[in-house]
Design a protein around this ligand. Sequence first.
Ligand code: S6P
Ligand code: ZN
Length: 191
Amino acid sequence: MEIMQPFKTEVDLQTGVFSPTRDIITRKLSNMATMYADVEAAQALLDSGDDPIIYEVHVTELPEVEGHILHCTTKIYPGKIGDEYFMTKGHYHAQRDQGEVYVGLSGEGYLVMQTESGESSAIAMKPGTAAYVPPYWAHRTINTGSEPFVFFAAWAGEAGHDYGTIERDGFRQLIVEKDGHLQVIDNPKYD
Ligand code: S6P
Ligand code: ZN
């Protein structure tokens, strides 16, 4: 591996914005409409001409190879599709034996995880929460508050991302608001 020069990034703890500016990945509803449990509600919003930004990821450009520590911030906007709060797509790492660390910076949310052998976990996050995604756990974050939910993530360069498994199967647990209360419920479409 080549010697790389050290560098730093200033992170706005409120917004997650990087300085100097790095690449930003923007995910709109149209990029993930079928991932919400209430697909009809998602489609109705899109048909009305509204395609809200669900989340943004500020990424450092580093080689995706063993030895490097990739890191980024994610900002999930507040909102719901049907009863389900705005969330990330979620993924397994392509190399399943690679974990990850999340640190809450602002707002509040949930980190939902699951394994391919049938385990599930839902962890509440707030500013200062360091949450660990162990190897083999798929992970998705959800904004359960009324302000943007912002967190920092760091993971191994060789981990890679498998989005297809979650796109096909979804998550076993959904984070929804029912009767004005947050609820962690079983996904009726998961089998
Ligand atoms: C990467 C890490 C996060 C997510 C980001 C967006 O391994 O877990 O940086 O990429 O929160 O979520 P997603 O599911 O669209 O990649
Ligand atoms: Zn990840």
